[in-house]
Ligand binder design. Structure first.
Ligand code: ADP
Ligand code: ASP
Ligand code: MG
Length: 454
């Protein structure tokens, strides 16, 4: 068994869905389970519809729902039309699901507020529709696609909008629901991103979470490989949107891939690797628009031929909190007091640097109460619109040239923090958002575009 996951751009229109189905057909002998994202842009539209409904902008809600209907109808008409009963069945489902979501959205307007629980119900619609459409389209192309409701497979906790799988329940459900189809030579097709709590409420796994779904399902059924089909040739030395000359990495370890994902390499959702690691399942990142490309293979051992820098990632929109206290000079307990406040407010910290009298941390989201709560412990300075530029690779600093190259590449760009993880896996530099692209380009050039001296 393998899991094949298609991202939003890979199922963006009828031509792409047809292309994705060909990819599945060529891998039929590997007993695939297909996980699909929403059609590109649909989840953004659904989130926008929830917000518009809360603000009472019903005309905007109608316009968005109309657009979502049209997108799915267009694909259905092109791919399913030859078989009228499939088209009719799909259109009935489309109408039913959209009506239900419309009713929920009108509820947001009446109440003037949205709960995360209700928001998940709306956001999940994209994958519900895309997976049904994909399964019908497979049948049209003589492949036995069997739609499976992800809510019957992925069982999660109740942290709506950012749910985590309950793996024992999910393993039991996935085997019970998916394996009978595989045994009958059918190809299960399910939406990514979606799960359900034990008591039956729809949840989502966080934005970009379809990769995570693929890994959860792969781990639950003991798949041989998890394939993430996307719109680039694999994991690359940098986001190719930022560095068009970035190169594909042929093999990388779980830890390096996880670190890159966490520090902004959106090609993999940061949580994707964990279920694969637990079961030792290889993850392969592949390009739906360039099927011949071998992609990137992510495994425990990665590329054991080499260490050193593998890629540069950029995480935007972070906040730096500098905390200073002269009273703490030589005293113990300073860090414990500071972090008690972070714990109380449930703020998670990415990078930390310290000196005797000060501590600096980066946080993804600033909590409005943080400065006031820290007031008794330290003087606080907050800088928003900061970025982390992360250079990732095993044994990163074994080559003394790496540090020298990185810092000379900064060419006078101010650095507000830097940190070398003790695992030697990640050198992170914090710069202002306005300098970030220049820093990434310059570091990428220094590490990957000029020959290494021997
Ligand atoms: P999907 O819809 O298939 O899930 P995403 O948009 O989530 O696709 O992820 C693919 C995008 O990730 C690419 O188009 C690319 O711009 C971006 N990306 C960021 N960093 C990297 C990287 N290091 N290697 C490859 N792609 C990257
Ligand atoms: N459709 C969801 C999103 O846009 C999940 C995904 O595409 O991975 O966030
Ligand atoms: Mg993605």
């Amino acid at each position: 068994m393998i899991v094949i996951k298609f991202g939003g751009t890979s199922v963006g229109d009828a031509q792409r869905v047809a292309n994705a189905i060909d990819i599945v057909a060529e891998r039929r002998h590997l007993q695939p389970i297909v996980v699909v994202s929403a059609l590109s842009g649909v989840t953004n539209d659904l989130v926008a519809a929830s917000e518009a409904a809360r603000r009472g902008e019903l005309a905007k809600v109608d316009e968005i729902i109309g657009r979502i209907r049209q997108r799915h109808e267009d694909v259905a008409v092109q791919l399913v039309q030859q078989k009228f009963d499939f088209l009719d069945a799909f259109m009935k489902q489309l109408d039913k699901q959209l009506d239900q979501i419309h009713t929920i959205l009108r509820g947001f307007t009446l109440l003037g507020e949205i709960t995360d629980r209700a928001k998940d119900k709306v956001s999940a619609l994209g994958e519900k529709l895309s997976s049904v459409l994909f399964a019908y389209s497979m049948k049209m192309r003589a492949l036995p696609g069997e739609h499976v409701d992800s809510e019957d497979v992925v069982i999660t906790d109740d942290r709506f909008c950012e749910a985590a799988p309950l793996m024992d329940d999910t393993r039991e459900a996935a085997r019970r629901v998916l394996l009978p189809h595989i045994e009958r030579n059918l190809i299960p097709v399910m939406g990514g991103f979606i799960g359900r709590t034990r008591d039956g409420a729809t949840t989502t796994l966080g934005r970009g979470g379809s990769d995570y779904s693929a890994a959860i399902v792969g781990a639950a059924v003991g798949a041989k490989e998890i394939q993430i089909w996307t719109d680039v040739d694999g994991m690359m030395t940098c986001d190719p949107r930022l560095i068009p000359s970035a190169r594909v990495i042929d093999r990388i370890s779980y830890v390096e891939a996880a670190e890159l994902a966490w520090f902004g390499a959106k090609v993999l959702h940061p949580k994707t690797i964990a279920p694969a690691v637990d079961e030792g399942i290889p993850v392969r990142v592949l390009n739906t628009h360039n099927v011949a490309s071998p992609g990137t293979l992510v495994t425990a051992e990665g590329d054991d031929r080499r260490g050193g820098p593998r890629a540069v990632a950029l995480k935007k929109g972070i906040t730096v909190v500098h905390m200073t206290s002269n009273k703490m000079l030589g005293a113990h307990g300073f860090l414990a007091k500071l972090f008690a406040v972070f714990e109380e407010l449930q703020i998670s910290v990415d990078l930390i640097t310290t000196s005797e009298v000060s501590v600096s941390v980066t946080v993804d989201e600033m909590h409005p109460q943080l400065p006031a709560k820290l007031k008794d412990v330290a003087d606080v300075e907050v800088h928003d619109r900061q970025c982390i530029v992360a250079i990732v690779g095993r044994h990163l600093m074994d080559d003394a040239q790496v540090g020298a190259r990185v810092f000379s590449a900064m060419q006078g760009i101010p650095i507000s923090m830097f940190s070398l993880g003790t695992s030697g896996l990640n050198l992170s530099i914090v710069v202002d958002e306005k300098d970030a692209d220049r820093a990434v380009k310059s570091i990428h050039h220094a590490l990957f575009e000029v020959p290494v001296a021997v």
